[in-house]
Design a protein around this ligand. Structure first.
Ligand SMILES: NC(=O)c1ccc[n+]([C@@H]2O[C@H](COP(=O)([O-])OP(=O)(O)OC[C@H]3O[C@@H](n4cnc5c(N)ncnc54)[C@H](O)[C@@H]3O)[C@@H](O)[C@H]2O)c1
Ligand SMILES: O=C(O)[C@H](O)CO
Length: 385
């Protein structure tokens, strides 16, 4: 196996923890080295590591790995980690569709993720994409830079007004609900959402905000929980996708579902690329120039499907929804603490949505793993804190 380049922190540490990428901030490194970990960070320049690269990083002895959503964590890697004496893996991401959790269970490896810390940052990017698509910001920017602006015109880059329109959310979990609140409070949009579960807190928020507006003599905002995704697609003016990626959400948006949407609707995706059949989307964009999309994620990432890049009615950014400094440093901290907690035999934090105590730099983090998705399957104890 070819050697792989690494940077080492605290070489004499008792536990060997590998990070497949350099991650923002230094707190995560400090938290590990202070607890007797030797931290090895992969410094290979290529962006996506292969399974063989990661096998080389795991080597003969490894207690835990912090990995990335671009990596394929299945039976090969989990069995290698187990053989090397490891018991812990954490994705530096909330989504873990790149992880075969059954394989991890089989080998007794805890799988961590990083919920909560990226909720607002990701929702803000989805809101940015919604605005950019509605007001044609990227097209207008390119027009200016090309020196084409020769004076104000009544028809120049006319887009969509959001106020009073309906925002549709598919997957009203943490991020979907935060996005909905931004669009409702910011632009006084009405809400229609589809989720397998009732978003009670979100409904209460919209009701209370509607009452506030009414009391101030303004048109109140409203909410509706749709009984099908199709209802959201046909009624909403702006639709944002925020479900997890699994078998039930793969190609949720396809040729048939696109046909249900309004001709001037806006579709935003900051969840996972395969939630949209991207080839069908390209055809829809070509046939409907007033339909616009804002995409942070792509079906064959890092590639775009042929034809997408040429569509002026698409705003595309490279999977940056969680990319604020605070969030990325927090994700690194949570991922490191997931691995550390398992190595040290700490219990699992009882509420993965209440992660503030782990992010407070002025006090030591609780002795717990913040979020282990297979804690129940592995029978890991829950923290009483
Ligand atoms: N683009 C990015 O950088 C970025 C950043 C963070 C998260 N994400 C993605 O966003 C996803 C959601 O994150 P979250 O923290 O809000 O998770 P969450 O678990 O709080 O929310 C997901 C919601 O999807 C719902 N859902 C599941 N299956 C569904 C279906 N078939 N139809 C409708 N709704 C369904 C769930 O009930 C849940 O409410 C992550 O899994 C991840 O893939 C992407
Ligand atoms: O799932 C996630 O966390 C994102 O895709 C990266 O922030």
């Amino acid at each position: 196996m070819k050697p792989i380049s690494i940077e080492v922190w605290n070489p004499s540490g008792k536990y060997r923890v590998v990070s497949t990428k350099s991650m923002p901030g230094s707190r995560w490194i400090r938290l590990l080295t202070e607890q007797d970990c030797r931290v090895e960070i992969c410094t290979e320049t290529k962006t996506i590591l292969s399974v063989d690269d990661i096998l080389a990083l795991i080597g003969d002895r490894c207690d835990g790995v912090i990995g990335q959503l671009t990596e394929d964590w299945g039976d090969v890697l989990f069995s290698a980690l187990r053989r090397a004496g490891g018991t812990a893996f954490s994705n530096m991401a909330v989504g873990y569709n790149n992880v075969d959790v059954d394989a991890a269970n089989k080998h007794g490896i805890a799988v961590g993720n990083t919920p909560g810390v990226l909720t607002e940052t990701t929702a803000e990017l989805a809101a940015s994409l919604s605005l950019s698509a509605a007001r044609r910001i990227v097209e207008a920017d390119q027009f200016m830079r090309a020196g084409l602006y020769d004076g104000w015109l009544p028809h120049l880059f006319v887009g969509n007004l959001l106020k009073g329109q309906t925002v549709g959310v598919i997957g009203a979990g943490r991020i979907g609900s935060a996005y909905a609140r931004m669009m409702i409070e910011g632009f006084k949009m009405n809400l229609i959402y589809y989720d397998l579960y009732q978003a009670t807190r979100l409904e209460k928020f919209v009701t209370a905000y509607g009452e506030f507006l009414k009391a101030n003599g303004e048109q109140p905002v409203t909410w509706k929980r749709a009984s099908s995704m199709q209802e959201v697609l046909s009624e909403a003016d702006v639709i944002s996708l925020h479900p997890i990626l699994d078998k039930t959400t793969y190609h949720l948006i396809n040729k048939d579902s696109l046909a249900l949407m309004k001709k001037e609707a806006i579709l935003v995706n900051a969840s996972r690329g395969p939630v949209i059949d991207e080839a069908a989307l390209v055809e829809h964009l070509k046939a409907n120039p007033m339909f616009r999309v804002g995409l942070d994620v792509f079906e064959d990432e890092p590639l775009m499907k042929p034809g997408l890049a040429e569509q002026k009615n698409a705003v595309v950014v490279p999977h940056i929804a969680s990319a604020s400094k605070w969030t990325r440093e927090g994700m690194a901290t949570l991922a490191a603490l997931n691995v550390l907690g398992k190595i040290k035999g700490y219990p699992v934090w009882s509420d993965p949505n209440r992660i503030e105590p782990f992010l407070d730099e002025s006090s030591p983090p609780p002795a717990a793993s913040p979020s282990i998705v297979n804690a129940k399957q592995l029978g890991l104890p829950s923290s009483k804190l």
